[in-house]
Write a protein that binds this ligand. Structure first.
Ligand code: BDR
Ligand code: CA
Length: 320
């Protein structure tokens, strides 16, 4: 069995919390660190949430606080209408709990951890790409040392899928498009798990209530934390929750659940298309343009949703 050493770069966040439990409970994952970013909450909130989750579920991993704002400009307001006031679906969390953040900022934690285990570290990035871009700026030598990066982010127009914050921009990419474009310029292997596939997979209410029954403390928490998030989806006409961040974890664990396309990826940083992700498939040829000379990355184009739900459920239930 392959065991993946993972740094989880996250903005918890309801679906981030669900993905963190997925990583923690999978026997195929050795979680070596959690780094936080602003996004679903402020950096204070997401870091506090990460520390809480790590403590409550006894993950015994360092948490390094990350960027509080994008490379350029100021952060967008946290989407409390999606993830709740506390970014954990308004599930009450204690005033105080054990654990404090690693003294290093997230980008430094990433650099140190990758250098200490060359070729072994996978980074699963499910928030803004700011920490990764800062690590890359500070230490470009880590590029060949990273095993792979799995990004939840982007909307590549497969089957007409648009952004979820603007028609062009998906939240993680629109939240820091400069960072996303910089990391896609580097030749470390990146797989983008975008809305094209994450919106194909839903976890129905009955699926989540079955997890609450069969999945022990984690299953019960997944149920509780997803109530507000589910209500947001339903208010928008989606029957239950989309599976965003856990799809990135599923890609790592079982890549054959997905089909992918390779090619250079650019992120628009201008005007009304700001945050738009556009891949030039390797199989195509165009006039000279901004994709030329950029490394090829994978973009997910299809997903076996049933298989993904099975993998998530089995992971949670088998650990209970
Ligand atoms: C992404 O944005 C956040 O709200 C989610 O946690 C996910 O990472 C989906 O666009
Ligand atoms: Ca997220």
């Amino acid at each position: 069995m392959t065991v993946h050493k993972v740094i989880f770069d996250t903005d918890p966040g309801v679906d981030d919390a669900m993905a963190l439990l997925f990583l923690h409970l999978s026997p195929q994952i050795d979680l070596v660190g959690v780094v936080t970013t602003f996004g679903n909450g402020t950096i204070d909130q997401t870091t506090r949430n990460a520390l809480y989750l790590v403590d409550r579920f006894k993950m015994n991993v360092p948490v390094a606080r990350g960027a509080g704002k994008p490379l350029v400009g100021e952060p967008m307001d946290p989407p409390d209408f999606v993830h709740g006031q506390n970014a954990l679906g308004n599930v009450a969390i204690p005033e105080s709990f054990e654990g404090k953040a690693d003294p290093r900022p997230a980008y430094r934690f990433i650099i140190d951890t990758v250098r200490a285990a060359p070729g072994e570290i996978t980074i699963v990035a499910v928030g803004r790409m700011t920490n990764l871009a800062l690590a890359l700026r500070e230490a470009p030598d880590i590029v060949p040392l990273v095993k792979q990066i799995v990004v939840m982010g982007g909307a590549f127009g497969i089957s007409g899928v648009l952004g979820n914050v603007t028609p062009a921009g998906e939240a993680n990419i629109l939240g820091d498009p400069e960072a996303a474009d910089e990391i896609a310029a580097a030749s470390w292997p990146i797989t983008f798990v975008g809305l094209d596939v994450t919106q194909q997979t839903l976890m129905p209410t009955e699926y989540l209530s079955a997890l609450a029954k069969d999945g022990g403390e984690a299953g019960q928490f997944i149920w509780e934390v997803s109530r507000f998030y589910e209500a947001f989806h339903q208010a928008g006409g989606v029957p239950s929750i989309f599976v965003h961040d856990s799809s990135a974890v599923a890609y790592l664990l079982q890549p054959d659940l997905f089909e992918t396309r390779t090619g250079a990826v650019r992120v628009s940083t201008e005007g009304i298309t700001r945050g738009m992700t556009v891949q030039k498939p390797d199989t195509t040829s165009y006039i000279p343009g901004p994709w030329d000379g950029r490394p090829s990355h994978r973009v997910c184009t299809t997903v076996d949703s049933e298989g993904l739900r099975r993998l998530y459920r089995d992971t949670v239930v088998n650990a209970a």
